[in-house]
Write a new protein. Sequence first.
Length: 446
Amino acid sequence: MSDPTTARGAIALVAGDDFTEFAFTGEPLADDGPLGWPGYSAAHARAAARTGETESVVCGTGVVGGVRAVLVSFEFGFLGGSLGERTGARAAAAHAHARAQRLPVVVLPATGGSRMHEGMRALLQLQLLAGESARTRAAGLPQIAVLRDPTTGGGWATLGAGSDVVLALPGAQVGFAGSRVRPPDADPAAYTAEAQLAHGHVDAVVAPEALRDTLGRWLALLTRPAEEAPAPPRALGDPDAPPSASGREAVARARHPGRPRADAYLDAHLSDRAEVSGDRAGGVDPGMRCGFGRVPGGGTVAYAAQCGTATLPAGFRTAARLVRLADRLGIPVLTLIDTPGAANDPAAERAGAGPAIADLFAAVATARVPVTSLLIGEGGSGGALALAAPGRLWATPDSYFSVIAPEAAASILKRPPEESAAVADRLRLRPRDLLDLGVIRGIVEP
């Protein structure tokens, strides 16, 4: 297996020998760089002799999983994979080539950050790289990062964390603060790929032997969108069950522990799925599944699916991130709605429940790609509606949608708890009622 600790080893790990390197000048560094740092030219030359590279980054095109992509791989053995002016120029040229040829970008960072020998001229490369990434993003091209050990400083805060999908190798050191500039009592476990995954900043930690297949799946999904709006999946409940006779019965059916949940619908409707994880703001909601998958026709759709739990602010933010990414890449979206409502405890309020819900409403409302929504269980108030496409919402027979949960509605109306069933009947929350009220477009059949 190729060695991911070197730039070319990382490239071979994901693309085999199908790699064509871009031609860059290999002229020796002169005059000790922009600062005239004593001994910099000699150190640069020693790094070149030791690694066989002329700079800290290797760029070119390669084929991963049948998809040609621009690859930007860092050589940590070359002055710690640090970002200097030559590094920035090569990475910028790689992005320009990707835009010109309409290719996705895969960056494989292993870097300690900006190059001290070039001072502020090196730090300015972060602006350059952020700008290149933004232009590639605006061009509708996907960017995927594979974090190697270490990925710290500006390399993490630009090409790494700025990518659409962030994968990481197990045990990789990942953090804005490198090992030599952290507080002396800092817990090293906080600066790992696994910690970044747990806090919503990385989508997956992938073993080296699985990386090529995983990356290939991601590239194939993100570059082959479905041509039409996804059809609402068929209902998975009991085909012989009659329609709910009352609101209270509809609520009971939706809350039944044996009712099919999001995983069952995703398994039945999509193949080759790959999931994003986290809101990029420190949070992960296991009750919100977001990712991409293939529909029976072969194209890719994005999905955001609630799993029957109260949705956390991180869940709403992750869904908004997913919708915006799909919109930028021209990929249609399917949402599955199933929540008693938004989490309403003090922790949720402190984490920004209201702003997170508002952001998801905005993402869905402004999406240019078609969004199809299916209510598969509980539809509890705004926490459910935020995931619903205006005018493109369907419902399964074993679902309900309400302005708020019947128990909460009874409380708001100053009714005793025992009247919540009667309140459920009055709310007209059954699928048939929702159709009559013009809330949904139809009831899907098994």
